[in-house]
Design a protein around this ligand. Structure first.
Ligand code: HEC
Ligand code: HEC
Ligand code: HEC
Ligand code: HEC
Length: 135
């Protein structure tokens, strides 16, 4: 008689596990890429690693903001339908209101190089051209 209970328990446990994992995957949504990425310019490109920067204790909103310039949280980003709108050049292009922030060079240097110079949480970043530009 006892056997009858053993089988359903395992079936139930297994299905909980499956449901649990798929919920977790869905809830996560869009997350920061783990691999180093190459930010492509017209002539030059630069390398950028999320893990290196997230390890400094900075939040997503330190770099990512919306069209009102409000910082985006990891939850805001997770809920996005796709990550295209995170691309800096989707806003910082020739139609951008502020002339001095129209090109990727201007927007990226203002964000990347400035912080590397000023430092964050007591850590400075590299400022030589070739530290960021791979070619
Ligand atoms: C902290 C990182 C960093 C440093 C240091 C840096 N850059 Fe950049 N730069 C970028 C990023 C990111 C971009 C946007 C991606 C790209 O175009 O390579 C960019 C874009 C550019 C562009 C536009 C390239 C294109 O093809 O559109 C030029 C030119 C440029 N940088 C020159 C320089 C020079 C010269 C130096 C050194 C004096 C330098 N950068 C130092 C990160 C950096
Ligand atoms: C130090 C700056 C910085 C921080 C902090 C940062 N990001 Fe990013 N992220 C970038 C840059 C730069 C890009 C490339 C943008 C581009 O290609 O124009 C990027 C791209 C992305 C992309 C990919 C967009 C694509 O190309 O498809 C995702 C997803 C993303 N970030 C998520 C996050 C999340 C989530 C966090 C916080 C946990 C975060 N980022 C924190 C700078 C940052
Ligand atoms: C959805 C549109 C949008 C996207 C995407 C976007 N920006 Fe911006 N950005 C703005 C607006 C709006 C402002 C405010 C301009 C002003 O002061 O009038 C701004 C301001 C800035 C400034 C100057 C003020 C400051 O915060 O220091 C920098 C630098 C900047 N953006 C860099 C970036 C970088 C780097 C990325 C990609 C990681 C990015 N932006 C993505 C819209 C955007
Ligand atoms: C909030 C400050 C901050 C911003 C914004 C920032 N960085 Fe950094 N970055 C740092 C610091 C600090 C280090 C040194 C980290 C270390 O030594 O562990 C660093 C290290 C690096 C390195 C060398 C480590 C590695 O990955 O090999 C590169 C390349 C780099 N950053 C590129 C960029 C680019 C490109 C951007 C803009 C898209 C950027 N950073 C934006 C603070 C920042």
């Amino acid at each position: 008689m006892k056997r009858i209970w053993v089988v359903p328990f395992f079936v139930l446990a297994a299905s909980w596990l499956v449901i649990g994992t798929s919920f977790a995957a869905e809830e996560k949504g869009i997350v920061a890429p783990v691999e180093e990425m190459t930010i492509q310019g017209e002539k030059k490109s630069a390398r950028f690693s999320h893990p290196v920067h997230l390890n400094l204790g900075v939040s997503c909103g330190q770099c990512h903001h919306d069209s009102e310039h409000q910082p985006l949280t990891d939850k805001d980003i997770a809920a996005m339908e796709n990550s295209q709108q995170l691309r800096c050049a989707s806003c910082h292009n020739e139609d951008f209101d502020k002339q001095e922030l129209q090109t990727p060079k201007e927007a990226f240097h203002a964000r990347c190089k400035e912080c590397h110079k000023q430092g964050v949480n007591g850590m400075k970043g590299p400022t030589k051209c070739t530290d960021c530009h791979v070619k």
